[in-house]
Design a protein. Structure first.
Length: 149
């Protein structure tokens, strides 16, 4: 565990997971997130990479006063959302995923998005699912450019 090197973000998603060791093997060992603090006896870890933080927590199988489910829990988890995570080098992550034979959900691709009437911003991006099906979109900035007429 390592101390936080930046202020705590205003938004830290907490993801219910099936098994903490499996999730840490993906998030920490494969994608380079580090454990800020954990409570293994509770199946919990707070993780961080380049200022992006998540909390991972094993869900309980029985009724609990701390269970905040809003509906049935079925894989893939997190349906309808993807977490965009800005990184400095998508190729490093792609190589690690390739070595682990971890399938991509989409991409990689270079994509430009209009952000004003005159400008667009570009990213190199790909999407991958974690062991529980949460969809992660890793993006590397390609900068900004003027829209072509």
């Amino acid at each position: 565990m390592t101390p936080r090197s930046h202020p705590r973000p205003a938004l830290v998603p907490e993801l219910y997971i099936t098994a903490l060791p499996t999730s840490l093997a993906f998030w920490r060992d494969l994608l380079g997130f580090r454990v800020l603090y954990d409570r293994p006896e509770q199946g919990f870890a707070a993780i961080e990479r380049d200022g992006v933080e998540f909390m991972l927590e094993e869900y309980e199988t029985g009724p609990s006063e701390r269970c905040w489910d809003t509906g049935p829990r079925e894989k893939p988890y997190g349906r309808g959302i993807n977490f965009e995570i800005m990184v400095s080098d998508t190729d490093v992550l792609l190589a690690a995923l390739r070595r682990a034979a971890w399938p991509l959900f989409f991409g990689p691709e270079e994509r430009w998005y209009r952000i004003s009437d005159t400008e667009e911003t570009g990213v190199h991006q790909f999407l991958v699912q974690d062991p529980d099906g949460y969809l992660l979109r890793f993006s590397q900035s390609r900068g900004r450019r003027l829209l072509s007429a």
